[in-house]
Design a protein around this ligand. Structure first.
Ligand SMILES: C[S@@+](CC[C@H](N)C(=O)[O-])C[C@H]1O[C@@H](n2cnc3c(N)ncnc32)[C@H](O)[C@@H]1O
Length: 281
């Protein structure tokens, strides 16, 4: 099986227990720090590869796995990424504007906030952050260029959003940080390609499980599963099918699974998680 977001190996450890000594697990992560922790925690049992799950099928084949019985994607950032100020993911701590999961990649948050044209920056914040103050936030960011630290970005957002409109339950910069992070790491692009890659290598009866923390990601997963579980995807007004599309998945979760109140109490960051699963047919 493939864990496309092995992170610190929490899920991988449980998977290893269940697949036993004859099972094989490939863990992928694009963060070298996470992978080093996973390597130490999980020992030699799993194959571990640094890479983006957008290349899931190629990485699996290269590791000798042509067919697998399961693919797991636990999307987003890990707690250590959020908590380490130097990674620049958090507005709660001052750090460089980085936000790259893969530190080999050239695009940093600093480059995004300082070089993207104002209109494009507003579109990123609006579309990926679902932020209604996006236009004003982009305007304030551009006016304050160059921004160097996470505090600079948070302060620009705080100044842009009128106090009366600050959200009650989250910091006013939450959505902007999320949007910039998703853009820096092209998270929706990876998700789209990763889901397709999973279909290439899943064997019949194999399962695809995706945990999303963001409504746009969950919507993309839902759409993908809905499309791949239908025999015909012609427009409804068309009397005869011409697409020839055949269902390749059976959805196992009509509604996404949500964490229980106990899980949320033990791990507050799980509160927005939604798990969807499907079986290859
Ligand atoms: C929520 S954490 C996963 C935690 C993991 N399931 C565990 O039990 O420790 C998400 C992880 O996925 C990684 N990641 C996010 N997008 C990725 C991508 N496109 N390709 C590979 N890894 C990715 C992040 O670096 C992070 O370590």
């Amino acid at each position: 099986m493939v864990d496309g977001t092995v992170g610190l190996g929490g899920h991988a450890r449980l998977v290893l227990e269940r697949i036993g000594p004859d099972g094989r697990l490939l863990g992928i992560d694009r963060d070298d720090v996470a992978l080093a922790v996973a390597r130490e925690r999980l020992g030699p049992a799993p194959l571990l590869r640094r890479g983006d799950f957008r290349d899931l099928a190629a990485i699996a084949r290269e590791a000798g796995l042509d067919r697998v019985d399961g693919v797991l994607l636990d999307l987003g950032v890990s707690s250590p990424q959020l908590d380490e100020a130097a990674r620049g993911f958090s507005f709660r701590q001052d750090g460089p504007l980085d936000m790259r999961m893969d530190r080999r990649s050239a695009l940093t948050a600093e480059r995004v906030v300082n070089t993207l044209p104002q209109r494009e920056l507003a579109a990123v914040i609006r579309d990926l952050g679902e932020e209604r103050w996006a236009v004003r936030i982009a305007e304030f960011v551009v006016r304050r260029r160059p921004l160097r630290t996470t505090r600079d970005l948070a302060a620009a957002v705080e100044a842009a959003v009128p106090r009366a409109a600050w959200p009650r339950d989250i910091h006013p910069a939450t959505r902007t940080f999320q949007a910039v992070r998703m853009h820096v790491n092209d998270e929706l692009g990876s998700l789209d390609l990763g889901l397709r890659g999973a279909m290439e290598i899943l064997s019949e009866g194999g399962r695809l499980v995706v945990i999303a923390f963001h409504s746009l990601e969950d919507a993309a997963v839902k759409r993908f599963l809905a499309l791949e579980s239908r025999d015909c995807v012609c427009p409804p007004q068309q009397p005869v099918c011409t697409c020839g599309h055949r269902a390749s998945l059976r959805i196992l979760t009509r509604k996404p699974l949500r964490p229980t109140p106990d899980e949320v109490a033990a791990n507050p960051r799980s509160r927005s998680a939604r798990l969807r699963a499907a079986e290859r047919v």
